[in-house]
Design a protein around this ligand. Structure first.
Ligand SMILES: Nc1ncnc2c1ncn2[C@@H]1O[C@H](COP(=O)(O)OP(=O)(O)OP(=O)(O)O)[C@@H](O)[C@H]1O
Length: 302
C-alpha cells in the first residue's frame, strides 16, 4: 500500500506571471484513494495549481508528477478525469457530437454519464445555446465518464441545480468508494467537508494548511461544549483537548475546546448528560486561518 505511487505530487512549485508570483513554493501530494479539497480566496492560486498539475502551465521552479510521471494528459486522459472552469468547447458543436468526440479522445464512453446528467434530450442542441448549468453538465459528463483513477475538478458544482448537485455528489462518492483519488477546488465548504479527507488552504499562492476538516475546525479554538456534569474533568484532561472552562451555571458547565469531539467523549466517560457541541464550521475556521495569515496581531479569543 505504502509503496504505491502517489496520484498527485507537487514539490516546491513556483509559478510566476511576469513579476507576479501566483504560486510560491507549493508542496503537497495526494495518494490514490485520497480525496482532497483545495480551497482559498479568489486569486489564491487554486486554478493555477490545477493548470500546473495538468501540464497546462509550466512552473518556473519545482516539480509536478501525475502517477509518478510528468503530466501528459494525452497519454493519461483515460485515467484522469478533468473538469476545468473554462473547457473551451467549440461553441457551435452539438452536445451529442461533443460528448462523442471528447469521449473518444479520453477513450471512454460518455453516454451513461450523459444520461445521468440529463443530457439525452439535448444531443442536437448547440453548446453555445445551453444555459450555464447545462454547459456544466456537459463538462461533467465528459470529465466523470469511465472509471478514472483520479478526478481533478475546478468548482464542479458551479451553476448546477439541486438535482444535478445530488447526481454529482453520488458520482463522486461512487468514485471514492471505488478507490479513486480526487482533487476538488471549491468555495463550497460544505461540499469540501462532505467529500474531502483533507483540506488544503491556499492564500496568496502559499499553502497555509493541509489537514483533515476536523483538524482545521479544531485549530480555530471556537468550539463550545456544554454538559450537565457530576464531576469536573481534571486539568490534564482539559489540556489534552485544548479545553478551558468558560462558565459554570449550577450543574451545567460550558467549555471551549480545540478538540471538542475528544472532550465530549471524555465527558461522557465522566457521566455527563445533556451534552451539546456547537462546533465551529469549516468556513469559519478557514476564515480565521486566513485572517491570522493576514494579521497575526489581531487574533481574537472565543
Ligand atoms: N495567465 C495569467 N496571467 C497573469 N496572471 C494570472 C494568469 N493566470 C492567473 N493569474 C493570476 O494568478 C493568481 C491566481 O489565479 P488563480 O486563477 O489560480 O486563482 P484561484 O484561486 O483559482 O481563484 P478563483 O477562486 O477566483 O477561481 C491571480 O491573481 C490571477 O490574476
Amino acid at each position: 500500500m505504502t509503496s504505491r505511487t502517489a496520484a498527485v505530487e507537487l514539490h516546491n512549485v513556483v509559478r510566476r506571471y511576469g513579476s507576479f508570483t501566483a504560486l510560491d513554493g507549493v508542496t503537497f501530494s495526494i495518494e490514490s484513494e485520497e480525496s482532497v479539497a483545495l480551497v482559498g480566496p479568489n486569486g489564491a492560486g487554486k486554478t493555477t495549481t490545477i493548470e500546473c498539475l495538468l501540464g497546462l502551465a509550466t512552473p518556473q521552479a519545482g516539480s509536478v508528477r501525475l502517477f509518478g510521471e510528468p503530466p501528459r494528459l494525452t497519454r493519461q486522459a483515460h485515467a484522469v478525469g478533468v473538469l476545468l472552469a473554462d473547457a473551451g468547447f467549440p461553441p457551435s458543436a452539438p452536445v451529442g457530437a461533443l460528448l462523442d468526440a471528447l469521449g473518444r479522445m479520453r477513450g471512454v464512453d460518455t453516454a451513461p454519464m450523459a444520461r445521468r446528467f440529463g443530457l439525452t434530450q439535448l444531443a442536437r442542441t448547440r453548446f453555445e445555446t445551453l444555459s450555464l448549468g447545462q454547459r456544466q453538465r456537459v463538462r461533467l459528463a465528459i470529465a466523470l465518464a469511465g472509471t478514472p483513477e483520479l478526478i481533478i475538478a475546478d468548482e464542479p458544482s458551479t451553476a448546477l441545480d439541486l438535482e444535478a448537485r445530488a447526481t454529482l455528489a453520488t458520482v463522486l462518492e461512487d468514485h471514492r468508494s471505488r478507490g479513486g483519488a480526487l482533487l476538488l477546488a471549491t468555495h463550497d465548504l460544505a461540499e469540501a467537508s462532505t467529500l474531502a479527507d483533507r483540506v488544503i488552504v491556499l492564500s496568496h499562492g502559499r499553502l497555509i494548511a493541509d489537514a483533515t476538516p476536523r483538524e482545521i475546525r479544531g485549530r480555530s479554538g471556537f468550539a463550545r461544549v456544554s454538559a450537565t456534569l457530576r464531576e469536573q474533568p481534571d486539568a490534564d484532561t482539559l489540556d489534552r483537548y485544548g479545553a478551558a472552562v468558560l462558565e459554570i451555571e449550577r450543574d451545567r458547565t460550558t467549555f471551549t475546546a480545540t478538540d471538542a469531539d475528544g472532550l465530549a467523549h471524555e465527558l461522557l466517560h465522566l457521566g455527563a448528560t445533556a451534552l451539546e457541541i456547537a462546533p465551529v464550521g469549516l468556513d469559519e475556521a478557514i476564515r480565521r486561518l486566513l485572517n491570522l495569515q493576514r494579521d497575526p496581531t489581531t487574533e481574537e479569543h472565543p
